[in-house]
Design a protein around this ligand. Structure first.
Ligand code: HEM
Ligand SMILES: [Cu+2]
Length: 588
């Protein structure tokens, strides 16, 4: 491995010196993994604003169903009717909120942006294995985003409206939702996105296997890289199942087949099986990168080695494997044989074991550490604690008798947001604050970061915690007007409280946007290793030039040697060569 890497690196390094790339090749059609990472980041952050605004529309409707939504008079019919939405528009808003957040925010940022940016830097190489394929995967993802956004612009109809799960036959027959072209574009966009992810995952896997720097054994990889490696394998295996199912759905809608329609002899449950065979691993695709990122950040800001490094890597492998065999827990209510239901229940609960291993190891890392409450650290701590709450509510949902009671209620919505917002989005924030200096060469402002973090953390809990209570009270998810149901009326104040918190949560993102753009142009210049971290990306200049490293680093140890007795400083970078007599002491 090391020899090929070195030879490849040499050839590439030589090539980089020969010519300057123009504006277009540097910023637009770039094959540099770092630029592609930044492109994915900007795409995801832009979509985050859109997905967030859609969530606020949904929330406004749930709190004050009959009232006009402020600032929306300009939105044309049939999305809004002079500031009001109808039930069809509501359906399309929550569908597009979820679709955008999952496919165009969390995946592009955690996997697309940080995967691209970090993998070559952290394993010590100059670029991805297939830079051109990498560029294509970004442009195909962007193209898919345009197709998705085009669905908002079809005259006379709303966007896709059958939920992000697109259950059939609801999604298969245009008359059922009243959406025709919008739903087709939704399918096509996700098929195209699936192709992009396939390209990306092949690239990640090849790069991590073949291009690690000399000395960078698998068990010296930072946990962020372990997580991204496992996620790439999950993507490679899960996404094609969705892509195939979407193609079948499109055939049902446009070509007269009836794979999923009982009227034509089809099988609606087939859609659910295919969808969740993809869908459950998907939730781990969303959370695993954040787990890796949080592990790295907790170790850096506790100034301690990560507790149980191998257990952390193996528990991620265990989680990924188990995520394959539990999809049926989404189908307890579909009339499945109770014996099979119990099998899915038990296998689902087994995921608690590797998840608990990870949690206790994070606590073990913090224990007795010299903790620095920087903004990346605060977000990583929020990730751990919110992920625990999301994981605990997951155990309730996994048990069939309880699930029959809370199925399709706001308990589910509470759970999913503790996992995807409390988990993935806090992971995104932690990563942005942590790697911003490396990505853009400037520091983000700590004070603004805290003004962003604390209100976000409080408003997040104010928004999503009461949803558990609503759910236990029987509040259905995906309803347009709670006031239509007498038994929900006493709970309406909770709905109002949630929406007010959600609006605060939205406002709390303003300091982040200001901080991000202000720091981009006027932030303090970053030094090469502002956090005194050990991993290889901190050996490259901030931001790293084309080709990343002057000379490919050699790796002498694992990534978490903080407070090592071998050196006076409290950090010992992976690439630092110690004098032979000092290294000898280490092996005793
Ligand atoms: C401002 C923050 C957010 C608010 C106020 C919010 C609100 C909501 C609401 C009210 C629903 C349910 C709609 C309905 O069933 O009628 C929903 C659904 C959903 N949201 Fe969010 N959301 C937020 C952020 C996010 C984020 C960051 C993600 C993902 C990264 C996300 C993913 C989802 C998903 C997957 C669903 C679908 C759940 C289902 O299957 O019913 N949301 N959101
Ligand atoms: Cu699941």
């Amino acid at each position: 491995m090391s020899e090929t890497a070195a030879v490849g690196a040499h050839a590439h390094g030589a090539h980089a010196e020969h010519h300057e790339l123009g504006f277009i090749r540097t910023y637009v059609f770039s094959t540099d993994h770092k630029m592609i990472g930044r492109q994915f980041l900007f795409m995801g952050l832009f979509m985050m604003i859109l997905g967030g605004l859609l969530a606020l529309l949904v929330r406004w409707q749930l709190a004050w169903p009959e009232s006009e939504v402020p600032f929306t008079q300009w939105i044309p019919e049939p999305h809004m009717y002079a500031g009001h939405m109808d039930a069809a528009a509501y359906n399309s808003f929550f569908t597009m909120h979820a679709t955008i957040m999952i496919f165009f925010v969390v995946m592009p940022i955690l996997v697309g942006a940080f995967g691209n940016f970090l993998i070559p830097l952290m394993i010590g190489t100059r670029d991805m294995a297939f830079p051109l394929l990498n560029m294509l995967s970004f442009w195909i993802a962007l193209f898919s985003g345009f197709i998705m956004l085009a669905g908002f612009c079809i005259p006379g109809e709303t966007h896709a409206a059958s939920g992000w799960t697109a259950y059939s036959p609801l999604a298969a027959v245009p008359a059922f939702t009243g959406v025709n072209a919008g739903q087709n574009l939704w399918c096509i966009s996700l098929i195209v996105l699936g192709i992009s992810s396939l390209m990306g995952s092949i690239n990640y896997i090849t790069t991590i296997i073949n291009m690690r720097a000399p000395g960078m054994g698998f068990f010296r990889l930072p946990l962020t890289i372990w997580a991204l490696f496992i996620v790439a394998i999950l993507l490679l295996l899960a996404l094609p199942v969705l892509t195939g199912a979407l193609a079948m759905l499109l055939f049902d809608r446009m070509a007269g087949t009836s794979f999923f329609q009982p009227a034509g002899g089809g099988e609606p449950l087939l859609w659910q099986h295919l969808f969740w065979f993809f869908g459950h691993p998907e939730v781990y695709i969303l959370i695993l990168p954040a787990m890796g990122i949080a592990s790295d950040i907790l170790s850096v800001f506790s100034r301690k080695p990560i507790f149980g490094y191998r257990a952390m890597a193996f528990s991620m492998i265990g989680i990924a494997f188990l995520s394959w065999i539990v999809w049926g827990h989404h189908m307890f209510q579909s009339g499945m044989n109770p014996a099979l239901g119990t099998t899915f229940m038990i296998s689902t609960m087994v995921i608690a074991v590797p998840s608990a291993i990870k949690t206790f190891n994070w606590l073990g890392t913090l224990w007795g550490g010299n903790i620095i409450f920087s903004v990346p650290m605060l977000n990583a701590l929020a990730f751990v604690s919110m992920f625990v709450i999301g994981g605990l509510s997951g155990i309730y949902m996994a048990s069939t008798p309880v699930d029959i009671f809370i199925h399709d209620t706001y308990f589910i919505v509470a759970h999913i947001h503790y996992v995807v917002f409390g988990g993935s989005v806090f992971g995104i924030f932690a990563a942005v604050y942590f790697w911003f200096p490396k990505m853009f060469g400037r520091m983000m402002n700590e004070t603004l970061g805290k003004i962003h973090f604390w209100p976000t953390f409080l408003a997040f809990n104010g928004t999503f915690f009461p949803m558990h209570i609503l759910g236990i009270g029987g509040h259905m998810r995906r309803i347009y007007n709670p006031l239509q149901y007498d038994f929900l009326k006493p709970m309406q104040p909770i709905n109002v409280f949630i929406t007010v918190s959600a609006l605060c949560l939205g406002v709390a993102q303003i300091p982040f946007v200001i901080n991000f753009f202000w720091s981009l142009f006027a932030g303090k210049k970053a030094t090469i290793n502002p956090w005194n971290a050990n991993t290889l990306e901190w050996d490259a200049p901030s931001p790293p030039p084309h080709g990343n490293f002057g000379e490919i680093p050699t790796v002498y140890r694992g990534p978490y040697e903080y407070s090592s007795p071998l050196v006076p400083e409290d950090f010992l970078p992976q690439s630092r060569k110690l004098a032979p007599e000092v290294s000898a002491r280490a092996s005793h």
